[in-house]
Every structure is written in C-alpha cells, then in structure tokens.
Write a protein that binds this ligand. Structure first.
Ligand code: OSB
Ligand code: MG
Length: 368
C-alpha cells in the first residue's frame, strides 16, 4: 500500500467539564486529526494526543504538526508499505516525538485493517469481544463533590475508579473515598506530583487497598520509583516514564513498577504498544490502556488495543459522552455496565463524521 495524500486538521473541542490534574486543568481541547488516503482511495484515521501545553510531556499539538509536516509525512508519502510495523523502522532515525509518530502510524494501521477487511482489533491480534473500562476523575473543589461523582460512575457501571491526587489532595481524600466505597476497585494517579523524600507520606496510601498508585514520582524517573516500590505495599504503575519497550524492560528489571499503563501516543504507536504488551505478558506484569481525553478516533484505537489478552485491568477509555456533547464518530463509543462492545466493522470500526469534524476544524492542510 502507498499513502497518496495526508490531510491534517486542527480541531478544537470543548469538554463538558474541566479536567484537573496535579499539573494543570483542561477544558478546551485543541488537537490534530490525521486522514490518510491510499492509492485505492481508502482512508485511515489517526489522532494526535498531544495537548496545547507541554504539561504531561514535552510535545504539543503544534510540535506534532511541525514533525508531521516537515519529517513524518514526507517519509511515508508514496512509499510502498506492506505492514504497519514498517512505519516504526522508517521513523527510527527520527528521535522521540512519539505522539507525532503515533498520529500517522495509527492511520496506517487503520488503512491496513480496512484493506484486509478486518477490524483493527483483529489486525493487532486482539480477541476480546468486549472490554472492561474504568474512569479517571480529576481533582475536585471538595471531597463531597468527588464522592458524589464516584457514586454516579459506580451506578453507571464503571469497573474501576481512578482518583487524581496531589499534595494537599491525597491521603485524607482517599481515606474518605475508601470509607464510603469499601468494595470498589480504586486507584490514585499523582502525575509526578511527589519526590522520593515524600516516602513516609505516600506509604500512608497502603491502608486503602488501592489497586495501584500511578506515576507518583518524576516523569523521567525509574530509579527512585524502584526505591519507593521496595518500601510500599501498593503496586506502582508507571505512565509518564515509559516511552518504549526498552524503558519497560529497564523498569521491570529494576523493580520500578508492577503494572504498566500503555498509552499508544506516549510509546510512538500501536506497533510499540503491542511489543510492550507482549513483553509484559511474558514477564507477568499487568497492563491497562490509559487515556488522553481523546476524541472518538483516538478512543477507537484504544478500544482496539485493549482487546489484546494481557490488558487484564480496566482502562481509562470511558464512553464518548463522558467528555463530549457530540463526538466526531458514528456510532459514538458507548459504555454499558462498564463494558464497551468492540466494533466488528473494518478498521477502527467507528466512522468519522465529516460534518461534525468540519464544525470543530480551525484549520486544515493537505499534503501530496
Ligand atoms: O495521567 O492518565 C493520565 C488525562 C490527561 C493527561 C494525563 C492523564 C489523564 C487522565 C484521563 O487520567 C484519561 C482519560 O480519561 O482519557
Ligand atoms: Mg496517568
């Protein structure tokens, strides 16, 4: 297959409510949607998960646009590609910029599955017919607000509650959540808000029977996480620190974590995500699929990836309606009793709705 045309669109969508983490708060989401057309006229879709501001990592949607326009699209246009795994190799001389790479790699995977007339999940080797999902809850104004939100999500059927924490919104909050909901699957995500010197403070979380604590320490660390994990009963899950299979191997060998959050964009695409999944499966390390407040296109890729067997913990892929009044795909991603039914249509399995996409588009550019 050959890419004959790539269209980049800059979209702006507004979330129903602000989402607050230890590093900042989001409500307007500006991002890039990529549409690739092959020589037969099929179209494949990818979403950049980079935000406007480099809070979560160093990439932004503008750095992604630059990388795509100046390096990544030119490297793929008109090149014969037999399998999407080749994209990783073609990009190997370009350092980092994983979210930019993943944007176009995802579209190539979608095209590959559509040309083979199979769902993306099947192209990846996934077999689950439905996937279990949890929900990530941002920092709230009060504990009462948080408890009320959790109650609503429990009633909707979400399988696991993830609560964002930061210094001043942590031990006491988790204690109150656990007291009110003694039996739910519960975890905390710190987004790198602590240092190893906070070890005695963090160890207090051990009383709350949490599934895990996600990324307590620095976003580029795996050494201090190993020291912390040796002292804590609660399993550590790494998010920001893991960019590749190599990072995963080093973290597992060091004992920096017991669980890995796989985000397709953070690791540079589905090929690398699958490699990390396979390695963790061999090592007995659980994985789950993280989220980046995606629109329907990114959400669809997450659903497909989560069908792989070692995604044994509920992911953050909530339904479209959790964030959007109107998502850009038909049908929208729907969660029923905590499960998403994996679509059986070819490729990503949800159809991008061009009329809706147009409404959210600020700028677009086509490359041939
Ligand atoms: O750390 O997983 C994270 C949102 C933005 C940036 C980082 C993270 C998150 C989430 C929400 O936790 C995941 C989602 O619901 O898409
Ligand atoms: Mg996280």
């Amino acid at each position: 297959m050959k890419l004959k045309e790539v269209k980049l669109r800059h979209l702006k969508m507004t979330m129903k409510a602000p989402f607050a983490t230890s590093f900042g708060s989001f409500q307007d989401k500006e991002f890039i949607l990529l549409e690739a057309t092959d020589e037969l006229g099929n179209t494949g879709w990818g979403e950049s998960v980079a935000f406007e501001v480099p809070w979560y990592n160093e990439e932004t949607f503008k750095t992604n646009w630059h990388m795509l326009e100046d390096f990544l699209i030119p490297a793929l246009l008109n090149k014969e590609i037999t399998h999407p795994d080749e994209v990783n190799e073609i990009f190997s001389s370009i350092r980092k910029n994983n979210m930019a790479k993943s944007t176009i790699e995802g579209a190539v995977w979608d095209l590959y599955a559509k040309r083979n007339q199979i769902p993306l999940a099947k192209a990846l080797g996934g077999e689950k017919k439905k996937i279990e999902v949890g929900i990530s809850i941002g920092i709230q104004k009060s504990v009462e607000d948080l408890l009320q939100l959790i109650e609503g999500y429990v009633n909707e059927g979400y399988k696991r509650m993830k609560v964002k924490i930061k210094p001043g919104w942590d031990i006491d909050v988790m204690r109150q959540v656990r007291e009110k909901f003694p039996d739910i699957l519960l975890m905390a995500d710190a987004n790198s808000a602590y240092r190893l010197s906070d070890i005695q403070h963090l160890k207090q979380l051990d009383e709350f029977n949490l599934m895990m604590i996600e990324q307590p320490l620095a976003s580029d660390d795996i050494v201090d996480h190993a020291k912390l994990q040796a002292e804590m009963k609660t399993p550590i899950c790494l998010d920001e620190s893991i960019h590749s299979l190599e990072d995963t191997r080093k973290a597992v060998e060091l004992g920096s974590c017991k669980i890995i959050n796989i985000k397709i964009g953070r690791v540079g695409g589905l090929t690398e995500a699958k490699k990390i999944h396979d390695y963790c499966q061999e090592q007995g390390i659980a994985v789950w699929c993280g989220g980046m407040l995606e629109s329907g296109v990114g959400r669809a890729h997450n659903v497909a990836l989560t069908t792989l067997a070692n995604f044994i913990m509920p992911g953050d892929t909530a339904g479209s309606s959790r964030y959007w009044e109107k998502d850009i795909i038909t049908p929208e991603v729907v969660v029923e009793d905590g499960y998403i039914t994996v679509p059986e249509n070819d490729g990503i399995g949800y159809a991008p709705d061009l009329a809706v996409i147009e409404k959210y588009t600020i700028m677009e550019k086509t490359y041939q």
